[in-house]
Ligand binder design. Structure first.
Ligand SMILES: Cc1ncc(COP(=O)(O)O)c(C=O)c1O
Length: 442
């Protein structure tokens, strides 16, 4: 399985400006993949690496699914592109219908984007348009949370609760108030939803009291904060947020870019936690990561309000992307819907979750860990800083794990685990064994 290292020449590494990466360090010591199959990624030298984070939470059905590759090839050979404004192709309608079979009751109008970030910014605009049409254009403010990640477009950065994502760009961005995060010291090593912390939802009531609930357009929440490192909602927290939103006429948006499509042990976090938002964003696993795509599922009343307010023969919502509902992405999405349904993939994730969580929590005795959080098929293990700058040990550990043939995403000092749903118990055992071996040195 040998592959020549395509970056043998230092010069060949220079032009690509890598996203969210230590460019200087990577170009000195690249950590690359050249092939994927199932739960495995392959290094240029042919060694097999277990993908413990499904790429970036994308590859729920495992890498290089032939059904998806074939569907994309067939689509690109038949209709590669058509403009999505005032024209369409059948697969866009078909995919919207298939997506709506899995979204929570009533969220049945689906708008396609090319990424999670675009889905978030689109949802912000939907909320503003909806209120304005109903004579509530003064609802211009948004509410988010510390430790939130809502992508990297300017709306999402304004909603961001992670300092490095905003300090360079977000200074002076108006319009967003922040609730506290829900990671409480008494909840370290709690598995699933913590029993305490539900009352932190009262932060929203305090913000309403401060700025006027009738000035707030929408509250954005990840049902389980993902990118920061798996923070499941305390029991009762999301229900209370929903109730406060209803009391003040505020739209509730669940950002399910990571939690959607089975990761929580239900199709969406909304169903897992029994709370229905007004708008729901998704991306990543909708195409198994094989084509870029995001989407917003909107309550029909929001679609109807915006659409009916428009002219009889004109555009109603001045928003969309050149690649919205791209034919190849729709083809990949439809192939993924077939896989979800035919293989019962989301049910499989729910069934595998207890084994996965047992395995991850078995690491609890490692002295370097200060917390483990986990729910569904997602978990984070957090390393102590041990006197080093925050994030330094997490970064080092993530590199050492690649070298030991385990791929995962780190955020700060948290190592995030989210294996593909096709993972077998033996893969999960191997993941935990590698973690134990590497982290024992920490
Ligand atoms: C909750 C959430 N929202 C938005 C995004 C941004 O998605 P993308 O990277 O596809 O733009 C992410 C990405 O991880 C996410 O986790």
């Amino acid at each position: 399985m040998g592959h020549a290292d395509p970056l043998i020449e230092m010069e060949a590494r220079q032009n690509f400006w890598m996203p969210f990466s230590p460019n200087k360090e990577f170009k000195q010591e690249p950590r690359m993949f050249v092939r994927g199959e199932g739960v495995w990624l392959y290094k240029p030298d042919g060694s097999q690496v277990l993908d413990a984070s499904s790429g970036l939470f994308c590859v729920a059905a495992g890498h290089c699914r032939p059904e998806i590759a074939q569907a994309v090839f067939d689509q690109l050979s038949t209709l590669d592109y058509t403009m999505p404004f005032t024209r369409a192709h059948p697969k866009a309608f078909e995919l919207a219908q298939r997506v709506a079979q899995h979204t929570p009751e009533g969220l049945n109008r689906v708008f396609f984007t090319c990424s999670g970030s675009e889905a978030v910014d689109s949802a912000m605009k939907m909320a503003l348009a909806y209120h304005r049409i109903r004579g509530q254009g003064h609802r211009q403010l948004f509410v988010s949370r510390e430790r939130a990640y809502h992508g990297v477009n300017m709306g999402g950065v304004a909603l961001s609760g992670m300092v490095n994502n905003r300090r360079t760009f977000g200074v002076g961005m108006p319009g967003v108030h922040f609730m506290r995060h829900t990671a409480l010291p008494e909840n370290t090593f709690v598995r699933g939803q913590p029993e305490t912390g539900g009352d932190l939802a009262e932060d929203l009531q305090r913000i309403c009291a401060l700025v006027g609930g009738d000035n707030i357009a929408a509250v954005f929440v990840e049902p389980t904060a993902g990118s920061f490192g798996c923070l499941p909602p305390p029991v009762g927290y999301l229900d209370r947020i929903r109730a406060i939103c209803d009391q003040h006429g505020i739209l509730l948006v669940f950002d399910e870019v990571i939690t959607g499509w089975g990761r929580m042990g239900a199709p969406f976090g909304a169903q897992k936690f029994g709370v229905t938002p007004d708008l729901l964003t998704m991306a990543k696993a909708i195409t198994n990561g094989a084509q870029p795509m995001g989407a917003i599922a909107a309550k029909q009343a929001i679609y109807d309000t915006i659409t009916e307010a428009g002219p009889a023969q004109g555009i109603e919502f001045f928003h969309g992307y050149t690649y919205s509902a791209h034919p190849a992405s729709c083809a990949a999405g439809l192939a993924m819907m077939d896989i979800f349904e035919r293989e019962g993939l989301m049910e499989r994730a729910a069934e595998m979750s207890p084994y996965f969580l047992d395995a991850v929590y078995s690491l609890r005795d490692l002295p370097c860990l200060v917390d483990i959080r986990g729910i569904g098929m997602m978990a984070a293990i957090e390393l102590s800083t041990a006197g080093q700058p925050p994030g330094a040990r997490g970064h080092a550990a993530q590199k050492a794990l690649y070298d030991a043939n385990l791929n995962l995403k780190s955020t700060g000092d948290s190592l995030i685990l989210a294996p593909p749903f096709v993972a077998e118990r033996a893969h999960i055992d191997r993941m935990v064994e590698t973690l134990r071996t590497v982290l024992s040195a920490y």
